[in-house]
Design a protein around this ligand. Sequence first.
Ligand SMILES: [Zn+2]
Length: 242
Amino acid sequence: MKAVRRCVFCGGTAGSLEHAWPKWLQKWMNPNNERRVVQMPTGNVVDNHGWDVATHRHVCEQCNAWMGNVYEGPASALIRTLNTEHATFTLSPADQLLLANWAYKTSLMLECTKVAGPGVERGECVRFRNSGRPPSDCSIIFGFCDHNALAYHRSLITGEREQRIGYATTMVVGRLFFHILGDTRSLNPHDRLFASHFSGRQIARLYPGTGHPVAWPLAGYFTKDAVEALANFTDSPFEFIT
Ligand SMILES: [Zn+2]
């Protein structure tokens, strides 16, 4: 007998078709549905023909609707604006939390597209659904990239005895990049890693929130190579395919 698949967020009956790369995003980045390469969590490359790349059925109808109402709707306008050339904008602390949650949620959903099943423990999905924010030992930054892509990469950080001590996720959405770092060894690991970049204001921290507004555009941007270097800092190989 086939086991009933349970929603990763609430434990209800799963089966709702979830677009881990949101459909609005795929349509917006490729309005004419031309052949376009998308970099998948598995490292595979697929065409996004039909705007149906990266789907899974690990969520229920209610949780799918919740993601749409709480995150996709509000974040889509913001992400479009930030991707627009010469856009000037002030990101409020609430905007920053929305972007952080959107990136974190999208990362959880992209992990669910893996053939072996979700690469994140169900308990973390449940915690996120209930708390409405990333974990307290997680740091999320973002910036602008001179390379337009849809790409995702996640690597685990292991210690000397291969014990898991964290993870690093790089997500590129158009010309925005997000970097999500979970590191149980220290608070605010990005502050340590990118102290010089923070002072140059080329990146902004979304989570934990600073409580201050962020002026957009930032003072500088990342090149394609710099984003690759960021993704590779855990010695896990990543390079843009296009
Ligand atoms: Zn659910």
